[in-house]
Ligand binder design. Sequence first.
Ligand code: C2E
Ligand code: MG
Ligand code: MG
Length: 729
Amino acid sequence: MSKHTQTSRPSHFLLTRALPALIVTIMIGVGVLALLAWSSHETDRISLDRQARLVELVVSQLQTAVAHDQESATVWDDSVTMARAGDQNWLNNNLGQWMHDYFGIDGAYVLDPADRPVFAFTSGAMADPSVYSDIADKVAPLVKALREKMRDGDDSQVSDTVLSPGVSDLVVVRKHPAIVSVKPIVSDTGALSQAPGHEYFHVAIRFLDGSLIDELQNDYLFADLHFSWTPGSEPAVSSQPLKSAKGEIIGYLVWHPYRPGSAVMANVVPVLVAVFLLVLIVIAVFLILHHRRSEELKDSEEQIRYLALHDPLTGLPNRLNFNNEVDQALALRRHEPIALVYLDLDRFKQVNDTLGHPMGDALIREFSQRLQATVRPGDIIARIGGDEFTILLRGEIEEINRLCEQMVDVARRPFEIDGNTVFVGVSIGAALAPVDGVDRVSLLRKADVALYYSKTTGRARYSFFTQEMDQTIEQRRQTEADLRLALRADDQLQVHYQPIRSARTRRTVGYEALLRWKHPERGMISPELFIPVAEETGLIEALGARVLKDACSAAVNWQAMTIAVNVSGVELDNPEYAAKVQAVLAETGLLPKRLELEITETTATGETDAAVENLRVLREIGVQIAIDDFGTGFSSLGRLQSLNVDRIKIDRSFVRGLGQNINDAAIVRAIVDLAHAKGLKTTAEGVETPLQDEGLTRIGCDDLQGFLYSRPLPRLEVDRLPPEPDPVP
Ligand code: C2E
Ligand code: MG
Ligand code: MG
């Protein structure tokens, strides 16, 4: 059986189970990560936005704060007075140095109503007012705007918290981004009046790249905050443009923003990845376990399937499997013939009975191996029963013939099994598709018929089915069935007795028991016809027992007569046969030496262990053994020497030729001489003419049997026979 399903399993498993599970898991993992990345990105975006707005707010608050700080000293009568007086020290103490120390102002200037500088404070110290010229052009627009405001009396800015109008903006001053705030110096009491637009102005400058940066860093925890003329180019930094009132960008505040989303990601992702990997591992372990489990299940399923389709002893396909193969082969058949071959081992039962079942099994295994070595790849051998095999062969008839011949041959070679040399042989029957049929059932039946034919015509051979076989088989079947009935009925079977006469004394010395069957419809049926059927079907044992019992009980009354009874090889193979004979002898009271059992030459030479033992026991108790139909079996005259028997019955085929055929006379003489040389007695069968009688007597044959003297007679007739007259001298 092919195992291709096994090799494709892992990839199938990967495709249908592992891969989808892996993809789903990875998709979930990626989905979670993507969600996390998105939310962290959103969080970061909101946070960056807030930080930018915070920077903006801080700068704008600072702008307000500078103006507010200025008011603490510019809305003051003393300041108006001192500005007019141009008291440098006072101005420095209150509008310059003091503001620097107290409010962190980086530069301070006082301008007279004509916008001329009257006081200057820069770089942490009072300076000559002329330094104002460095920044004048930058500050002038603001001064101009405030002048107009003052002139117009625009005090829309003034409130509870803002004491005077002012103008402020973000300007680059001395290469620094700065808040420049201009405030008028006005009376706080209103005691000192000034013409609108003719006030002294106070200009405060606060750099945005100085101490402000440290404050922002410390107060709002901006990392790496600094001023830059260009926006930060790295993606990791944030920058907020510093814009003048007109919307001009004067530079940027740049920092490394705090990204809470990324921070969370950095913490969470490793944990998440670890969890995800763990889940993957768990899934993988689960999948592997599941895979193994289902593999085991599949294996055992396959095992069960294998067992269901194979013979456990030989590993060959079984009947079911074979039938499937045959059906398939027949369905796909093209032009070449297909042969269904039936094989049955000869004498297998004897091997099993005498050597035991383990030996029988070993023989079957060995035989199946020989068969497998004989057939070609593609031929299918199946074991369908104890010693029965079927084979599906394809090919031309010559090839099938050759294979059958080879199979007969390999079976004939001795089997060495556990120290025993066993001879079996195989009988083969074959049927061919399409000549004998195209359906499995009829082909197998015909192969079986052909096998039966091989078995009944000598075994160790092969036959192809023919129509005639079918009829023979049918007849045999009928005979078997009728024989069973006959055994039960008491008027169909009878034993007749044929007298055997001494050639020397011319008196009857014994009788041979011969079975007669009177069929209610078919009339007398010859033993030549029904004995082989009985042997095949095992009915012979019942028949034999019946004849033996009848013969022994009859012979008890026939004085010193010998009673000859035919024994089939099948009966002798039964290890209990000798005991059965002894029982009959004991029961009838017949002396063992008066019983003569006739066995065939084939039985005598091809003895099984059981037969040998039976014969040994029987001879030991005095039963005589004769070889029936001598000259027709396998053994030659030479074999006569080795046969362990008491008598030879010369087959009537030789007797028939006496007086006509010189050869036959020579053969009979040779047999008689050899028998005598060995101390055996001889009987000639089928003596029909006085000429034969004369010849046989001359040759020295001991006893004579034939229609010349008497036909086989019913027991009652023998009982009533008158005493024989004394021999003529
Ligand atoms: P067999 O043992 O050789 O028996 C002798 C056969 O020759 C008998 O045939 C007998 O009727 C026949 N016969 C006797 N004299 C003559 C003759 O002058 N001319 C011719 N042509 N035939 C003669 P039968 O009774 O038909 O038996 C045939 C065979 O059947 C026997 O041959 C024997 O082998 C077998 N048989 C008969 N009865 C039994 C039995 O009870 N048990 C067994 N196992 N075999 C039996
Ligand atoms: Mg006989
Ligand atoms: Mg005979």
